[in-house]
Design a protein around this ligand. Structure first.
Ligand code: C2E
Ligand code: MG
Ligand code: MG
Ligand code: MG
Length: 282
């Protein structure tokens, strides 16, 4: 990964802070209070339709505004939250904050496009997840179709039954479902074809390799074709360069997300982007 990507390049799978480190323990201990004290904040990264560069949605990404350590990225605390039993509380906060933001934008008359939030496999294992989301939507007067949940392939390993039921219930609520980091796990499109998945998000490692590897290009093109045949949309993650964008557009990719288009921004800056509606880039 490039140097300028900085700490943002870390994902769910690559944690920066080892869970058993001193700092890790301290963060994990502080997290429950941090949630209650509203030290968490959502940033929003636009999803851009390649056809016309319009913003078709945002992904909400959580950050921790730590009183002493400054802004901490999820690579530093999501895995900790999962291992220390705080991910339900964190996930609940993210869900609420997301719906609250949608309602606030709606109140200002902004045309809010679906906002996606990330859901941990641990949250999806809970049969009550759809009900909790439904309650949250109702509380803020937000429609199911205004949100999207991003799940990872690890949500789909055992027990698949629960995940399948939860996903179907979400679908019935009009909630869109995106499969994050596609290609890094073990599932193939044929395995997920029966699940109610609307969108697959091509992992940024593929996008990154487009420059150096012909095979990556071939793979990306075939995944896009196959996904379209299965009536799924394709979002490319981690687009950092103009030529990646051009390649993806030619390959028929629907939507892109990445630093080249916009970094994740504060709610206020996201609002400005919403008003502008079309990303003015190179
Ligand atoms: P993700 O869901 O795959 O989100 C994409 C990550 O890639 C974000 O990192 C984003 O800032 C970063 N990114 C976006 N464009 C580019 C690019 O062009 N180049 C590079 N190198 N990176 C880019 P972030 O915000 O640090 O989040 C990391 C991961 O943490 C997320 O990966 C997601 O798995 C997890 N996460 C974030 N927010 C939440 C949350 O509210 N709940 C849960 N359970 N997990 C979350
Ligand atoms: Mg995501
Ligand atoms: Mg992703
Ligand atoms: Mg990722």
């Amino acid at each position: 990964a490039s140097k300028k990507a900085g700490r943002n390049r870390f994902t769910y799978y690559e944690r920066i802070t080892p869970v058993d480190s001193e700092r890790g323990y301290r963060l994990a201990r502080q997290l429950p209070d941090a949630i209650v004290q509203e030290q968490l904040v959502l940033h929003f990264q636009p999803k851009v339709r390649l056809e016309d560069r319009s913003i078709v949605g945002f992904e909400a990404l959580v950050r921790w505004q730590h009183p002493e350590l400054g802004l901490i990225y999820p690579g530093d605390f999501i895995a900790l939250a999962e291992e220390h039993g705080h991910i339900e509380a964190l996930g609940e906060w993210v869900m609420l904050a997301c719906c609250r933001q949608i309602a606030a934008w709606r109140m200002q008359g902004l045309d809010v496009r679906p906002i996606a939030f990330n859901v941990s496999p641990l949250q999806l294992r809970d049969c009550a997840f759809p009900l909790r989301l439904a309650t949250c939507l109702q509380h803020y007067g937000v429609r199911g179709s205004d949100v999207e949940v991003e799940i990872t392939e690890s949500c789909l390993v055992e027990p698949v039954g629960v995940a399948t039921r939860v996903l179907s219930q979400l679908q019935q609520m009009g909630v869109r479902i995106g499969l994050d980091d596609f290609g890094t796990g073990f599932s193939s499109l044929s395995q997920i074809r029966s699940l109610p998945i609307d969108t697959i998000k091509l992992d940024k490692s593929f996008v990154n390799e487009l420059r150096s590897s012909k095979e990556a290009g071939v793979l990306v093109t075939s995944i896009i074709t196959l996904a379209h045949n299965l009536k799924m949309q394709v979002v490319a993650e981690g687009v950092e360069l103009m030529d990646q964008l051009v390649y993806l557009k030619t390959a028929g990719c629907d939507i892109a997300q990445g630093y080249f288009l916009s970094r994740p921004v504060t709610a206020q800056n996201a609002e400005a982007l919403l008003r502008q509606s079309i990303l003015e880039i190179a």
